[in-house]
Ligand binder design. Structure first.
Ligand code: HEC
Ligand code: HEC
Length: 433
């Protein structure tokens, strides 16, 4: 279909090339994709699953005690129903502003983050009068939930060269006559000061590196500081020495192990029984025919072995190199009419010290233009999700599709015009992913 519509020769060449590359391994069986041995992977997973307590540095403000608590379905690294809360308001010129949340009876103001932590370790027996629970002030009229996502197979996503996303955005925009133009966002690689990469992780593409994401999540979801995120959100009722995350006998700290765990995961597998049914196959064709695949791109390929990514801090190993995988996503930011108005906070994601460094290609203006955009949700493993879209507010696949407006409006209209048996086939295809 696409070929008939005159996709440039380069895209055809890439497609043919991709078809000859080996497939990334898939499975919900806790096995490694080959980047490390199974014993190492199991040990890394133990850290990812580990429940942290106050003495290990949990909090003072936090959302949950372990990575697995939010990334679990159907196995460690998957998604879950748990959502987090983000708020803010519009300031001068209509720009998004982070909230100022007062804690400890107004004696401290938490600033520069849109995340509102749902839990706190105090009051407790050591600090019986420390009232540090965050609550949303009435002034914060922009509110959204962000549901947890799966990170299985993300090592392959990290191994896609930046240029692939830049080319994808350009071709998509040309082929759709400027109706669908995904945004590439350059984001800091926290472990490579000054270096940036094309953001691909999180609902807003706020990270390009799984190590950067690990340190961000450890601090903001669990309150655990690390060498990459050494500053606590508040010093109140905090006792564990910084950074909380210490190096072990192997010279690795928890954030290194989380990153290695994620990099070594297999990609989500299809439902093999459903995938081969005539109905799901018809649905796959219709998915492309109505144009869902313009954003939900079926196949991406990883860089050759030895390629350096993440500002030169990671060298792509043979297990991840030159594989094709099927995320059904372009990892670009789009306005599909669901935008929550939130611009990701620099300090929250890259640390209080990020302003001491000048970052290549970093553009505050580009960040601001993302307020009403979301990353195309990759649809691999979508059958394991009970709540859909960034806010988890769509509970059926049909509702999620019908919410697509903005850049996706024409595609949604085409979907709406399908016969009901065709719509059902397309949904069956999604249930096989
Ligand atoms: C309280 C729930 C919660 C906990 C605990 C949590 N996460 Fe997450 N995680 C989320 C949510 C929600 C998102 C989407 C966030 C967003 O983009 O705003 C996410 C996104 C991610 C992503 C992006 C994946 C992708 O493909 O986009 C990675 C990687 C990740 N988390 C790693 C971790 C690690 C490592 C830990 C433990 C240190 C952790 N998370 C702990 C809720 C959680
Ligand atoms: C212009 C790009 C674009 C097009 C075209 C598009 N989508 Fe999406 N899709 C997105 C974005 C962006 C999101 C995330 C939106 C959000 O969370 O608010 C999304 C989310 C979804 C989700 C929710 C997945 C989850 O994990 O929550 C489903 C299902 C989905 N799309 C299916 C489709 C289908 C089917 C079509 C074709 C009829 C389609 N999309 C067309 C960009 C697109």
């Amino acid at each position: 279909m696409k070929l008939l519509l005159g996709v440039p020769a380069l895209a055809v060449a890439v497609y043919v090339f991709a078809a000859t590359l080996p497939e990334a391994p898939t499975g919900f069986d806790n096995k490694t994709n080959g980047m490390v041995d199974d014993a190492t992977h199991a040990a890394d997973q133990e850290r990812f699953d580990e429940v942290e307590g106050v003495t290990e540095g949990l909090g003072p403000l936090y959302n949950a005690q372990s990575c697995r608590e939010c990334h679990q379905n159907p196995t460690s690294g998957g998604a879950s129903q748990i959502s987090e809360l983000r708020v803010g308001h519009r300031g001068p010129g209509g720009k998004f502003q982070n909230p100022e949340i007062s804690i400890a009876r107004g004696t401290e103001i938490i600033k520069a983050r849109s995340l509102v932590n749902d839990r706190a370790i105090c009051p407790n027996s050591a600090f019986p009068s420390a009232e540090i629970q965050e609550r949303v002030p009435d002034s914060e009229k922009i509110r959204t939930f962000r549901v947890s996502v799966s990170l299985l197979g993300d090592g392959f996503v990290e191994a896609v060269p930046d240029q692939t996303f830049v080319d994808l955005a350009r071709e998509q925009c040309q082929n759709s006559h400027h109706k669908i133009c995904g945004q590439v966002l350059y984001v800091p690689i926290v472990e490579a000061p000054g270096q940036t990469g094309v953001g691909r992780f999180g609902w807003k593409d706020q990270h390009a590196s799984l190590l950067s994401f690990s340190a961000d999540a450890y601090l903001n979801e669990m309150g655990v500081t690390s060498r990459l995120q050494p500053d606590e959100v508040t010093a109140l009722c905090n006792t564990a020495p910084e950074p909380n995350d210490k190096t072990d006998a192997d010279g690795l700290s928890d954030v290194d192990r989380f990153a290695r765990f994620m990099r070594a995961t297999e990609a989500p597998p299809r439902d093999a029984q459903l995938a081969v049914t005539p109905k799901a196959r018809q649905g796959a064709e219709l998915f492309n025919k109505v144009g869902c695949d313009q954003c939900h791109v079926q196949t991406l390929t990883t860089a050759p072995a030895g390629t350096q990514v993440n500002g030169g801090t990671v060298t792509i190993s043979a297990a991840l190199a030159e594989k094709q995988f099927h995320p059904y996503g372009d990892f670009l930011l789009h306005d599909v009419g669901t935008g929550d108005g939130v611009v990701q906070s620099m300090t929250e994601h890259y640390g209080k010290r990020m302003y001491q460094i000048s970052w290549k290609n970093l553009s505050i203006r580009d960040y601001e233009s993302t307020a009403n955009k979301m990353r195309t949700a990759p649809l691999w493993g979508v059958r394991m999700r009970s709540r859909l879209m960034h806010d988890g507010a769509s509970v059926t696949l049909l509702e999620a599709i019908l919410r697509h407006r903005g850049e996706a409006a024409r595609v949604t209209r085409k979907f709406e015009r399908l016969k009901s048996s065709e719509k059902e086939a397309l949904l069956e295809f999604l249930r096989s992913l």
